[in-house]
Design a protein. Sequence first.
Length: 763
Amino acid sequence: MNILDKLNEEQQHALLCTQGAVLVTAGAGTGKTRLLTHRIAYLIEELKVNPYNILAITFTNKAANEMKTRVEALVDGGNRVWISTFHSMCVRILRADIDKLGSAYDRNFTIYSDSDSEKVVKTILKEYSLGDDHKKFMFHISNCKNKNMEILQYKKQNEYMREIDDVVRVYNEYERRLQESNALDFDDLLTKTFKLFVNNPEVLEFYSRRFEYILVDEFQDTNKIQYDLTRMLASCHQNIFVVGDEDQSIYSWRGADFTNIFNITKDYANAKIFKLQQNYRCTKEILNTANTLIALNSERFNKKLWTNKENSEKVSYNVYYDEQEEAENVSAYIHSLVKRGGYNYSDIAILVRLNALTMPFEEKLLSYNIPYKIYGGFKFFERAEIKNLLSYLRIFVNPKDETALTRIINFPKRGVGDGALATLKEIAWQEGKSVLEVVLNLEDYPQGKKLIGKLACFAETYKQLAKDFESLSLDDFVVEVINRFKIREAFASDSDEDVDKLMNLDQFVASVKLFVENNPGQTLIEYLESVTLQSDIDSMDESNNVTVATVHAVKGLEFKVVFVVGMEDGVFPLSRCKDNQKDLEEERRLAYVAFTRAGEKLYVSSCKTRFLYGRRNYEMESKFISESGLGKPKPKRVFEFDDYSQDYSYGNKYKNNASFGAKTANNIEKTTNYSSFGSYNTKQDNFSSFMPKPKTQVYVDTNSKASGETAKYKVGQVVGHTKFGVGTIVAISDGGKMADINFGAIGTKTLMLDIAPLKIIKD
């Protein structure tokens, strides 16, 4: 196979430029992954470059794994190319040489997640009586590191800040505690690697000589230190190939600087620039909408995407009365697309600007038995029971990890409170030992002997497992930790919450087994790294679920059908961006990313009113609607109903992994009724005083054959619902289309009868 055969002319020109610096500005859906993988194959097969001498860097594990799979399929030796994320690359370098930075760290260092770092900062703020605004201090710590600055440099740059001295104090104490625990946070992985290169030129020379060719994906998302690391690694051969799209730079809030794309032409002599503008994903209508919007941004290359993709359907824009009507209609569209349009649930995504907008969609999708998963919200590995188990595992890899030990010293409960923990820490400080060392040898310390009764079993279990650590397989060791520390017994009740936690423990064990199968010979260190460095997007699977996600969470993904909801001024774009041109342009890029996730159908919607942040507000449509040329909405055929008194009952947030037909009413969380969501009462929110009660419009699939079947439903019937269990129809309205059904403890649900998963149990 000729490697160039599957590339268009634009891609071929970029691929064949193999010497020096190359910048490829690649628009959404223009085949940048194909270009990167084929370039690697070309280097190996045609130029006979040793795969060992090629480095490819991207931003997510999912993208890295996809790239590995493609390269290995294209060329022999592809499995020897170093393909990874920035953070994984740095971990690998530090595992080999971190001891060259001094005695503060060893190669078994722990990688702290954001929640671990947050816990350390909260503890420092409490001890220093600096309030509870930990997010502010965490921002400054991360910002300092991402800018690749020493803390005193950062202080000088921000000397106008009233609290800068407190920031410096907290930063220094935070760093000291991480060093004591032999731990690095995410940002440290980059900064420590940079310092390793600066302080040990021989280490930098080894890697810069090794990597004859360097390729970097999503270059618009690099921050300063990532840019600096890339330059250092390319310092020997100068053969750097970067692919990015300034129109898709949406991470400035975490330090990304899309101007790094423009810096390539300044920092590398004779750098070549190529543009990829042929889009393979989107229809012409979707692309025209996205192009019209993004053209209003000022800081961008002059490019306009085009496509040969025919059968173009116009982008749909609808205005709904409120978030309930929006969620109801989106659910109806999805039902029609799957039942009669030939789509799978996994072809469809609902994209929001804020996590707070997902709740109505979760409830409606659940009501109509539409399987979905939430991304960009609460992650599996951030759940308390999973974090506890991970902490148990971490103390076997890194006994100095004080944050991990602190988390589980009293889990399951052993009667070790804050006072006892303070005693243990005081002994450790006096003796110059880790807290775990003190716990394992309490009989040696007079002030700790009163704790022996509480911690003797823990200490003995740890010692036994530490002996078995090397002889047991990774998955067997995890099971032994759960069993010997009696972790399952902490969730011994038959409550739904404890049942779910036990199921999560089982799912964790399954994930370890899968890791062992896919990565033979890998150790607990590697598994913990894979978990800690995992992003939300990495957990997306091939199961048949609708994706409900923030736009940030689906960067790099594509779907056949996309619903971009909540397009209101102050929501998308956010209100804080109104008077800041730089922030507004980033919001516009975010909308562009949302639109270009869609391949075949794009539905955009806004609401006239929305309940958000504890109150109901009248909303104006987003300026991005007119800017993208969508103009006035042209809704599909609808039917109307006047009854606006139905009780919208909201439950505690349903599980992120709610899936098709799995649970009965007994396993559904207790429902809390937030009446202000659905009732427009002057006393509650003064809404009725300035907005008339409208006729609600609900989308009807005019091709639906099932709509005639709704006549079989009557008031008083007992019906079964696959999620909510057994209920009684208490009201039918709108020509037999809608029904209020009382499900007892679950509450009353208002459902569209032609798509609700109901079965008549008793007439």
